[in-house]
Design a protein around this ligand. Sequence first.
Ligand SMILES: *Cc1c(COP(=O)(O)O)cnc(C)c1O
Length: 228
Amino acid sequence: MSIAEQYERVSAEVAAACHEAGRDPHEVTLAAVSKTVEIAAIAQAIQAGAHDLAENRPDRIMAAHTAYPRVRWHFIGNIQSRRIGDIVPCASLMHSVFEEHHLPRIDAAAQAAGKVQDILLEVNVSGEESKGGVAPERAPELLAAAAAYPHIRVCGLMTMAPQGDLRIAEECFSDLRRLRDSLSNARPRGTAPLSELSMGMSEDWRCAIRQGATIVRIGRAIFSEEFA
Ligand SMILES: *Cc1c(COP(=O)(O)O)cnc(C)c1O
């Protein structure tokens, strides 16, 4: 199967999973994670209808954004302070923010770019040491800190589930949703509701949709022959 066919198949499967879960497919954004293919190959997904794409490295999001400026680019990778100025002008949404000292740099870069930067707070729900993210119990203070910056809007939460056991993944997604609900209810005055839940990848996106994901980040199922 071609990348275009794989994109179309995954997109239809996401819509079908939404119906099965009693959800409106318009509530769920499919972010196609293009990090493993050449920049030129991304065009095939865009021609097939992809409008939200994701990269996890600053150099890649810069190149991809330059090549395809009219789609929405999501940044889903590790953030280093010195690369924030490169990421912010390209990223419609930064999914992987969890260090408080990055907030003033994101705010300054967004101001310089003449925008308010939409971000998600990455939460390490599973507690695995190999994973990034703020500990759930520290999420309220990070959200409160972000509220002080006029060029940052926190739109929701993001997590990565442990791999290998879909029941554990689904629990992790349900925990993120509960955390989102409680944080949103108690959010700082004047801030936006936390409407977004970025969770679910090629192996586990179906349970993420059942648990309320509003953004699924799917790479290999679209771009790899392993899934064709
Ligand atoms: C690579 C990546 C994905 C996509 O993973 P697949 O298993 O290829 O679907 C999703 N989220 C993040 C943060 C990633 O780095």
